[in-house]
Design a binder for this molecule. Structure first.
Ligand code: FA5
Length: 336
């Protein structure tokens, strides 16, 4: 029996022992009454006297090494919690190490859109969506914006490069285009909100970005009036900001509403001072707009509004700079 091979095998097996059961099997196999070292001792007795001495010495050394390894493995296995290796349940979900790994959350703008959707659903508004790439008809013409109106200025909009003479396409500058897309397909009564991205080459500052989100609202029914518009926005503001939130309507102008107003909310700044921030525009749908989509303005009236979603989220969470929404700094995003 080759003692070097025996020792190598035993040492390899010792390295893979974890549980007390494995250690005991090892003991029986190598050190037991019928184990490999007993067999080696039996072999020793059969050797010629001239070989016995050397073989006996090497056998003793090997056995001592294995015996020591066995004692260590036995102590280590006893120190392990019993469940560890033998009862390892591979179907258990892993344990999350939150210092290394954090699951993501919805972006605060996304969360705000969800909240807005829920609040307006309570008033019977269904959520719809429209395309971000728009044609002139839906972004301007059907909204009663005349051909030479400054709102169409290429410096105020992102137009696509098109071959000469091709109809213009643009990244929509307002979600009001969705009003037209809905009224083309649906007859009153209509009550929809349309959240989404809009694009304008505005100079970026604490309250302006070149891409931002608007929430369009449209209600077209018989007998709808400015009172319904004000009630709807007041109710929404109280639910979104709290019952005591100061809001105000200011007279304004939009080609697609008459009369028109701006809806403002009082913003308390980090230093405690306050200022009015414009949340959006609103008004009664202009009869010309209803006519463009074949809805009789003598039978139906409607109100519409378009709110800046970043401004809503800023006021609600006390954020004083719109740019943080788009910088993707995880220290900011993890707070939501
Ligand atoms: C409009 O876009 C109209 N379509 C709103 C409307 C809809 C009026 C329906 C009547 C009926 P305005 O350009 O004012 O309006 O934009 C609406 C809101 O979007 C603003 O009050 C503001 O809250 C937000 N907003 C406008 N420009 C920016 C910008 N560059 N960055 C962030 N928010 C903006």
């Amino acid at each position: 029996m080759n003692l070097e091979d025996l020792l190598a095998c035993a040492q390899r097996e010792l390295a893979g022992l974890h549980t007390p059961e494995q250690v005991e099997s090892f003991r029986i196999k190598y050190l037991g009454a019928k184990g490999w070292f007993k067999q080696a001792a039996d072999h020793l007795r059969t050797l010629e006297p001239s070989l016995k001495r050397d073989y006996g010495r090497r056998l003793n050394e090997a056995k001592q090494v294995v015996q020591r390894g066995y004692e260590q493995a036995k102590a280590a296995a006893a120190a392990q919690p019993a469940a560890d290796a033998a009862a390892f349940d591979i179907t258990e979900p892993g344990r999350l190490r939150f210092d290394h790994y954090r699951p993501g959350t919805w972006h605060p703008i996304h969360q705000t859109i969800d909240t807005l959707t829920e609040l307006f659903a309570r008033q019977g508004f269904a959520r719809v969506e429209g395309p971000e790439l728009e044609d002139d008809f839906h972004n301007f013409e059907a909204l009663n914006v005349p051909p030479q109106h400054p709102a169409r200025d290429p410096l105020e909009n992102f137009y696509l490069d098109r071959p000469a003479g091709a109809p213009p396409y643009m990244l929509r500058s307002q979600t009001s285009s969705v009003q037209i897309r809905v009224m083309e397909k649906q007859r009153p009564p209509i009550r929809i909100i349309a959240p989404g991205r809009v694009y304008r080459p505005d100079t970026v500052d604490a309250t302006h970005c070149w891409m931002f989100h608007q929430l369009e609202g449209l209600c077209v029914e018989r007998g709808v009036s400015m009172v319904d518009l004000k009630t709807s926005l007041h109710q929404f503001a109280r639910a979104f900001f709290g019952a005591d939130v100061p809001t105000r309507f200011r007279p304004s102008f939009f080609p697609f509403t008459e009369p028109s107003a701006e809806f403002d909310v009082l913003f308390t700044q980090p230093d405690g001072s306050t200022r009015w921030v414009e949340l959006g525009g609103c008004g009664m749908v202009h009869p010309n707009v209803l006519e463009k989509v074949n809805i009789d303005p003598d039978t139906y009236t409607g109100f519409a509004f378009g709110l800046g979603i970043e401004r809503l989220a800023m006021r609600r969470h006390g954020i004083d700079d719109i740019r943080v929404f788009f910088e993707n700094d995880v220290r900011f995003l993890r707070q939501f």
